[in-house]
Design a protein. Structure first.
Length: 271
């Protein structure tokens, strides 16, 4: 029989920090299957972590999902466990990181503040709760403890929520915004291809669209994949990571090309 699943996401990078956390988890739950989702979330970027976690959990089996992007570590922000309707348990700081993922799993149906030190490491630092609190608690939960044992129940509605930008149809086009920029410079936008098709008609390969960023205008074409245009040419496409809208430059950076950053407003309309 396969052991319980613990997924792990953080902004810790590629150093030894994730390995130390995995070691803590395996010491407590040696039969756990540990899955590293990513440790390359931009430093301190809670929303990036929330976005990536929310897009990943639906592809995983029911399990414990520990996420640590925690610029408020050691402050009054709460460490929490959140139960999702599907049966998953999410472990991490109460800073908005967990709620979008809970929403993808049917919504939060329970929550507890992690206050029972019996499930922490014996020595707890003020700056490394990923190792000292979240990893051991996740491992104990994977081992089958009732989440009510980690601390007092809190209202799910009291948890910090994190609202991602949404796309809005207006005057024959779509007002969107940048959700995330990946390591290639590909830009993930608010809205789905169906949202754009609803206001602009069929998204056929090669169809031109005008992308407006402030006073900047650029015409791009709708394509199925990057290689359908020449290197250095921009395209509009369906991003595979979340089935939403994306802007890319074949073998280049759309973020640099269009001077885009997180939350930058972007308008898309037929050219």
């Amino acid at each position: 029989m396969a052991g319980p699943l613990i997924s792990f996401l953080s902004d810790f990078g590629s150093g030894s920090t994730p390995a130390v956390c995995r070691g803590v988890m395996w010491c407590i739950a040696p039969d756990a299957r540990l899955l590293d989702l990513t440790h390359d979330v931009r430093r301190y970027a809670i929303r990036d972590g929330a976005f990536l976690l929310s897009r990943a959990v639906g592809y995983l089996s029911v399990g414990v999902h520990v996420a640590v992007v925690d610029p408020g570590v050691g402050t009054a922000r709460r460490p929490v466990v959140v139960r999702a309707a599907r049966g998953d348990l999410l472990v991490g700081p109460d800073n908005g990181l967990l709620i979008p993922a809970a929403g993808e799993l049917g919504g939060a149906t329970g929550a507890w503040e992690i206050t029972n030190r019996a499930f922490w490491l014996p020595r707890v630092s003020s700056t490394f709760h990923g190792r000292d609190i979240f990893s051991p608690v996740a491992a104990h939960l994977a081992g089958g403890i009732d989440p009510a044992r980690v601390g007092e129940a809190v209202e799910a509605a009291s948890l910090v929520d994190l609202r991602l930008p949404e796309a809005t149809a207006r005057a024959g086009g779509l007002d969107s915004a940048v959700l995330m920029i990946d390591r290639y410079g590909n830009v993930r936008l608010a809205g789905q291809p169906a949202d754009l098709a609803a206001v602009a008609g069929p998204l056929t390969p090669g169809r031109p669209f005008r992308v407006s960023v402030g006073e900047r205008r650029e015409t791009v074409t709708w394509q199925a994949t990057f290689g359908e245009v020449q290197p250095g040419v921009a395209l509009l496409y369906e991003d595979a990571d979340y089935a939403g809208l994306g802007i890319a430059v074949n073998q280049g950076s759309a973020a640099v090309r269009l001077e885009l950053d997180i939350d930058t407003p972007v308008r898309i309309e037929p050219a």
